[in-house]
Design a protein around this ligand. Structure first.
Ligand SMILES: Cc1ncc(COP(=O)(O)O)c(C=O)c1O
Length: 300
């Protein structure tokens, strides 16, 4: 059973609703597009963040860890959610941050510090080295009461939480779409998605071919019903363009749904482009997972 502290925390969450999007292009192409609003489940730990962290935190609490140590960039959604949840659960949090300590903190870094996360700024090469440590006790020098969590919370336990997204759906859809950073969220969806459905990932990074190699070892069976779109990265991770920002603004004006430029904006841009190009067949039903991340939204 889930740790009582997590059960209590989860009681404050809102359900992730499924809403249908109406748009002239969808009508013209006769495509049904639904959005799984994981962005609405919590004001801070929203989207795939809570899904990924839930069973990791459960494990950490069950082995009586009192500190979670992780890593990320200066705008990391993962660290943002972790710092907040650490404060809620009375767990210490420590983060290795890529690059030099900036003179002026981003709003993400300010939140991390405000929520009590200890920040250790490391060089890009030291940061890359940290990526090799995958298990919770693998970080050299880690103490018995500390729990190591790799970049983006990419662990097997994260998959268990992600699977709950699929269990909340009725199984009647052709495509499940998700943005990809490490590919962990996508792997969690592929593992439990029925064979009648394809999982379509949208790489937020340039050169995302490596994603397939990272996803494959996380898969339970020899699943083939998935693919990744590699061409909607807009120049690379966290890069954007006027075109993307205008799309995000237009999407909000049309549908009242906020997207950000790192993950969800790129996925919806790509999705609409694919619909326009007749990638999907008439009558198909698509569900796109809104993975949140709105704390990282670029403010114009
Ligand atoms: C908002 C948002 N969407 C999607 C992703 C991609 O998730 P993953 O790293 O599991 O591919 C992330 C990163 O974790 C994220 O913060």
């Amino acid at each position: 059973m889930l740790h009582p502290k997590l059960i209590e925390l989860e009681e404050s969450f809102k359900p992730s609703i499924l809403i249908q999007l109406f748009d002239p292009l969808l009508e013209q192409k006769q495509i049904e597009l639904w959005i799984k609003r994981d962005d609405l489940i919590h004001p801070v730990i929203s989207g795939n963040k809570w899904r990924k962290l839930k069973y990791i935190l459960d494990h950490a609490l069950s082995i009586k860890a009192d500190t979670i140590v992780s890593m990320g960039g200066a705008y990391s959604n993962h660290l943002h959610a972790l710092a907040y949840v650490g404060k809620q659960l009375d767990l210490q949090t420590v983060a290795y941050i890529r690059g030099e300590r900036p003179k002026k903190f981003s709003s993400t870094l300010s939140d991390l510090e405000r929520w009590g996360m200890k920040l250790r700024f490391v060089s890009r090469s030291d940061y890359r080295e940290l990526r090799q440590y995958k298990n919770h006790d693998a970080l050299p020098g880690i103490k018995a009461d500390e729990y190591w969590l790799p970049e983006g919370g990419a662990t097997q336990l994260a998959l268990k939480g992600i699977a709950e997204i699929v269990s909340e759906l009725d199984g009647n859809y052709d495509f499940l779409c998700v943005p990809c950073g490490t590919g962990t969220t996508m792997a969690g969806l592929i593992n439990v998605c029925s064979d009648d459905c394809s999982v379509l990932g949208f790489s937020a990074l340039k050169g995302g071919v490596f994603l397939a190699d990272d996803i494959e070892p996380l898969l339970k069976n020899n699943k083939q019903n998935w693919s990744i779109q590699l061409d909607y990265h807009f120049g690379g991770f966290a890069k954007s363009s006027n075109e993307l920002l205008l799309f995000i603004e237009h999407f909000f004006n049309q549908h009242g749904i906020e997207l950000e430029q790192v993950y969800t904006g790129k996925m919806f841009y790509g999705l609409f482009d694919l619909i326009e190009r007749d990638y999907f067949k008439k009558g198909q039903k698509i569900i796109a997972v809104h993975t949140g991340g709105l704390q990282g939204k670029l403010v114009k």
